[in-house]
Design a protein around this ligand. Structure first.
Ligand code: C2E
Ligand code: CA
Ligand code: CA
Ligand code: CA
Length: 274
């Protein structure tokens, strides 16, 4: 579609891929996604490798549009970041996750955290701390039940990020570094920022049991995190070989299809909260 150029552009409702590939068109749909109730959060368990108990759930966005069907966050999050839509969408995620924590707390389920993804762009709004604090207060939830997952990109801009992270830390919210080792890493930020958790990216975990370099990188991240008093979690765990490696390497937590794919809240309740 792209090669044809704008003048010859024509959409067919059946050709959904071309819509998804056309950012302008997709943006129009995404702009309306919140008000049309098209967004949901799915939850994926994060398990303690020693006890096999679920310690937390990561909230992951899902978007289903009537015409387009399901659109992957890998496709629409970058677009949302480029267009600024990540701000209202990110706020919706914060609000919805806090509401869910409240709902589960009302049912007596408070022995796990909910981790939400915060894009680097969201740190550029100075109100981020206020928005998170307001949602915590509105639903009267324990801030200790909330964790935020940030990427290395967020920590490049120290000026914006540092006060927000220390404010969150003061509240009792925990902070996890997502996709650790894949961004513009500077070990310096592990010193500067109040980080609680390191998340080993799934690209390192994929062949950890068979590839020497992945094994070395993973082991090193686990040592680094543990020596700094941080918790370490591996993502993308799909099989028992990976799990065994991680357990032997002293990794505390794991997340991946081996345990569960991300599921809607009602299914999480049915499956894991009986
Ligand atoms: P991420 O934060 O690194 O999330 C992990 C991704 O790995 C999720 O993809 C998850 O479904 C997937 N995954 C989980 N277990 C496995 C496994 O065992 N094997 C493999 N191959 N994959 C696994 P998903 O849900 O498609 O999300 C993709 C990315 O979109 C996320 O990567 C995150 O960067 C972004 N994203 C999702 N939800 C949000 C959100 O609410 N806010 C922001 N800012 N970004 C989000
Ligand atoms: Ca994440
Ligand atoms: Ca990740
Ligand atoms: Ca990732």
């Amino acid at each position: 579609v792209k090669e044809k150029g704008k003048a010859h552009f024509q959409f067919y409702r059946s050709d959904m891929n071309s819509i998804i590939n056309n950012v302008v068109e997709l943006e129009t749909y995404l702009r309306k996604a919140i008000e049309r109730n098209e967004l949901t959060l799915y939850y994926q368990p994060q398990v303690d490798l020693l006890t096999m108990k679920i310690k937390s759930y990561e909230a992951l966005l899902r978007w289903k549009n009537q015409e387009l069907g399901h659109i992957s966050p890998a496709d629409f999050i970058p677009l949302a970041e480029d267009t600024g839509l990540i701000i209202p969408i990110g706020n919706w995620v914060i609000e919805t996750a806090c509401k869910q924590i409240k709902e589960w707390a009302t049912k007596g389920k408070t022995d796990f955290k909910i981790a939400i993804n915060i894009s680097p762009k969201q740190f550029q709004q100075h109100r981020l701390l206020l928005i998170i604090r307001t949602a915590i207060e509105k639903y009267r939830i324990d801030p200790k039940l909330l964790e935020i997952e940030i990427t290395e990109g967020a920590m490049q801009d120290t000026k914006d990020t540092a006060p927000i992270l220390s404010g969150l830390k003061e509240l009792g919210v925990s902070i996890s570094v997502d996709d650790f080792g894949t961004g513009y890493s500077s070990l310096n930020y592990l010193k500067q920022f109040p980080i609680d958790v390191l998340k080993i990216d799934k690209s390192f975990v994929k062949d950890v049991h068979s590839n020497e370099k992945d094994a070395a990188i993973t082991t090193t991240i686990i040592h680094l995190g543990r020596s700094l008093g941080m918790e370490v979690i591996a993502e993308g765990v799909e099989n028992a070989e990976q799990e065994k490696f991680l357990l032997n390497a002293n990794c505390q937590k794991a997340q991946g299809f081996l345990y569960s794919k991300p599921l809607p809240a009602e299914e999480i309740e049915k499956k894991f909260m009986k």
